[in-house]
Design a protein around this ligand. Structure first.
Ligand SMILES: *[C@@H]1O[C@H](CO)[C@@H](O)[C@H](O)[C@H]1NC(C)=O
Ligand SMILES: *[C@@H]1O[C@H](CO)[C@@H](O)[C@H](O)[C@H]1NC(C)=O
Ligand SMILES: *[C@@H]1O[C@H](CO)[C@@H](O)[C@H](O)[C@H]1NC(C)=O
Ligand SMILES: *[C@@H]1O[C@H](CO)[C@@H](O)[C@H](O)[C@H]1NC(C)=O
Ligand SMILES: *[C@@H]1O[C@H](CO)[C@@H](O)[C@H](O)[C@H]1NC(C)=O
Ligand SMILES: *[C@@H]1O[C@H](CO)[C@@H](O)[C@H](O)[C@H]1NC(C)=O
Ligand SMILES: *[C@@H]1O[C@H](CO)[C@@H](O)[C@H](O)[C@H]1NC(C)=O
Ligand SMILES: *[C@@H]1O[C@H](CO)[C@@H](O)[C@H](O)[C@H]1NC(C)=O
Length: 650
């Protein structure tokens, strides 16, 4: 009797009918995966997306569902163990990355799933709901809107693109040191995921092929809430997506078990995917000859076909070909190789910053000129063309107070703009971020005049009005002589032409945006004047336009200054750290000018021409007196103070 009970217990424990256990050392010939959308078995690997579809996504699942809860006790959740090998290979290393997700879901098609940065898996719902969907993301891009920690991380996602927990990709070696692993180089990466159903804990470990399994997991995440995202049975698999940039996500091998550790993968003969430039396989002479012969033949056929096709399709264009419109006007077209060489292959150590428009790298050209290379991604060819027409004329804009553009380069949809390097960085650093190197009033005053003149040139010095759209202190750069120069002019336009993935942001920056932009879409030179007004105020007050660390009345800089002005004590807003350095009347004039530029009614703001005149202490040439009498009515508040006179310059 006792033996019978023991046997019964054993058979319940082992329950072979429920166990899911499999091992794919290769996917060659595997036909029973459940492949959704663009996922497919490509020779011996699972390829998740289709390079030729713009918003492609794909999912690959094991065909049978995994029992996650036992029928008799639904609060008992099963454990599982899995290991797999993946490779993520972008076509352009600097393009935005998306990565790959391992997932469990009660359906192979979760409702509302989106491509691009959503892994073809999650919705864009701002208040996510509970749904049986759990994922471990291997994310190769940084989306600030989802609070991503960096552009190379592993995260735990509970039915939400915004990870519950994330950590930089890498592993702990035998001596306990963290060794980072770049997941976007195409290298084969071995991942192990252990899920402990009893404690509701995930362990995730990764290491490049060749490194044996690290004993300490990269990530450990424990949360009872996980239970809410588990249903009685779930599909297990992978999901990935792309936009215009090609990023090949591959799963090369996969082992899984829900009854003990997953079997070891044999990783000895896995294929390796690398960037096209690697040509070590050509070393074999005879094969090389044949291959080159074939390639030449293909190239000849292809170019013949291409010419024919071009004739057929008129002026439709393909990728990296130099196009007629690109030849017009431009100062200089750099080759990609030239810029890659100059910036150390766009190395991390050369990164000067990454902002709304892309990354900026520091570089040295072959002739020893220092440059800044701005990489802008763009996914709409039509928009790119229009934008480049715009920029082409901007390449001709030359003014001592603009950051001079030296040239450009295009590779696929990535545009690289080459500018003079500005050794002293941006203005904001000198006013807020580096108290030990604080700018004095004289220098601030001179830089404000420089910027006003640069902006005046954009608005009035050219046959067309060039609207900057994103004037702010971090876009104002200081050259070797500490003179102010306007950077990034015209760039914002890129974002109104094409669709830009990764962003739903309004062009411009919070705190500098003119109020009318909330209701009418088109920016004008008056909205630039508004942003410049904010810059005047922040430089005079030494405070950011929105400061969260102060009492509520002082959070929004403009409102605070306006209030002080209404009380007749505008000078109290001035930067206390430079008190005594400035002429009181001059400081007051700058503050009032700032408020006038920030007038809620765009029609009542001064023009840049008038602003320059006031800053220089001259009478405005066109509308003498108009600006200055308007000044006192800034914010629409009646004020009896005497109209401001153009002050004598200090
Ligand atoms: C799927 O196919 C593999 C071999 O190709 C096999 O080992 C596995 O048992 C199959 N799974 C199912 C659920 O059919
Ligand atoms: C990718 O998609 C295109 C059209 O959408 C299709 O013609 C092509 O066969 C697909 N490629 C692969 C490899 O599935
Ligand atoms: C169900 O499982 C949970 C967790 O394993 C356990 O705490 C609980 O006692 C079980 N309930 C029953 C009725 O077996
Ligand atoms: C998946 O779970 C959701 C929410 O619990 C449920 O509405 C849906 O019917 C389930 N789908 C399947 C295929 O089981
Ligand atoms: C979410 O995506 C849908 C479909 O793409 C779109 O219509 C909707 O505007 C998006 N919502 C938000 C809040 O982004
Ligand atoms: C672990 O990494 C650290 C830092 O990279 C290195 O100094 C150390 O030698 C490594 N230990 C082992 C056992 O590889
Ligand atoms: C997860 O990692 C922790 C810490 O290394 C370890 O104590 C635990 O046993 C691991 N859990 C599983 C399921 O591997
Ligand atoms: C791994 O696979 C290779 C061939 O692909 C084979 O030669 C080797 O014996 C295998 N190793 C193990 C441990 O099975």
């Amino acid at each position: 009797m006792a033996l019978a009970i023991l046997l019964l217990h054993l058979s319940l424990l082992l329950t072979p009918a429920l166990a899911v256990e499999f091992l794919f050392n290769s996917f060659a010939g595997v036909t029973n995966l459940t492949l959704i959308k663009d996922a497919r078995v490509d020779v011996s690997v699972v390829r998740m997306t289709n390079d030729s579809n713009q918003y492609s996504y794909g999912r690959a699942f094991y065909p049978t569902k995994l029992p996650m809860k036992t029928a008799s006790n639904s609060s008992r959740i099963s454990s599982f163990s899995t290991s797999f090998v993946f490779s993520i290979l972008p076509q352009i290393a600097t393009s935005p990355g998306f990565g790959l997700a391992f997932l469990l879901c009660n359906t192979t098609s979760p409702p509302g799933a989106l491509a691009s940065q959503y892994f073809g898996l999650f919705t864009n719902a701002t208040s996510p709901s509970v749904f049986p969907l759990l994922a471990v993301e291997f994310d190769t891009g940084q989306n600030p809107e989802f609070n991503d920690i960096d552009d190379n991380h592993i995260g735990i996602d509970l039915n939400n693109i915004e990870s519950k927990f994330a950590t930089t990709a890498g592993y702990y070696n035998a001596s306990g040191a963290f060794v980072p692993v770049r997941m976007r180089t195409g290298q084969n990466i071995h991942a192990w995921i252990d899920f402990d159903g009893e404690n509701l804990q995930f362990n995730v470990t990764i290491a490049p092929i060749g490194v044996s399994r690290p004993s300490k997991p990269t990530l450990t995440y424990r949360n009872p809430e996980i239970a809410n995202y588990v249903s009685s049975d779930m599909y297990v698999g992978f999901s990935a997506s792309k936009t215009n940039w090609i990023e090949a996500q591959r799963v090369l091998a996969w082992s899984f078990s829900d009854s003990g550790p997953a079997r070891e993968l044999n990783t000895t003969n896995l294929p390796v995917f690398e960037l096209e430039s690697s040509s070590s396989w050509l070393s074999n002479g005879a094969i090389a000859g044949i291959v080159i012969g074939c390639l030449a033949f293909v190239v000849i056929c292809a170019s013949g076909f291409y010419l024919w096709w071009r004739k057929q399709k008129g002026r439709e264009e393909e990728d990296d070909e130099m196009e007629d419109w690109e030849l017009e006007y431009w100062p200089h077209r750099f080759s990609y190789e030239e810029l890659s060489l100059a910036t150390g292959e766009f190395g991390k150590e050369k990164l000067l910053g990454s902002g709304g428009f892309g990354r900026v790298y520091r570089g040295v050209l072959a002739n020893h000129t220092q440059v800044a290379v701005k990489c802008v991604n763009h996914d709409s060819k039509q928009g790119l063309r229009e934008f480049m027409a715009e920029i082409s004329s901007m390449g001709r804009l030359q003014h001592k107070n603009l950051v001079q553009m030296r040239g450009w380069c295009r590779k696929g949809n990535e545009l690289m703009l080459v500018y003079d390097f500005m050794p002293n960085g941006s203005l904001n650093k000198w006013v807020f971020d580096r108290p030990e190197k604080l700018l004095g009033w004289e220098q601030r005053r001179r830089i404000l005049v420089d910027v006003a003149e640069g902006l005046n040139y954009l608005h009035h010095g050219w046959d067309q009005v060039v609207i900057h759209r994103d004037i702010k202190s971090s876009n104002i750069l200081l050259d070797a002589d500490m003179r102010g120069r306007v950077g990034d002019f015209g760039l914002a336009k890129l974002y109104t032409h094409g669709e830009v993935p990764n962003t739903t942001r309004v062009v411009g920056t919070l705190g500098y945006l003119a109020p009318e932009l909330a209701t009418i879409a088109a920016p004008t030179s008056a909205s630039d004047v508004y942003s410049f007004g904010v810059v005047l105020l922040e430089v005079a007050c030494g405070r950011r336009p929105i400061e969260t660390s102060v009492v509520e009345e002082e959070v929004v800089l403009i409102d605070w200054v306006r209030e002080l002005y209404a009380k007749g004590c505008a000078r109290e807003a001035a930067d206390a750290r430079i008190s005594g350095e400035y002429d009181e009347g001059d400081m007051e004039m700058v503050l009032k000018l700032g408020l006038a530029c920030c007038h809620p009614d765009p029609l009542r703001r001064p023009t840049m021409k008038e602003v320059v005149a006031v800053l220089l202490g001259e009478n405005p040439p066109e509308a003498p007196g108009k600006v200055l009498s308007d000044l006192v009515r800034c914010g629409g508040e009646p004020d009896e103070a005497a109209p401001l006179q153009p002050s004598a310059r200090v």
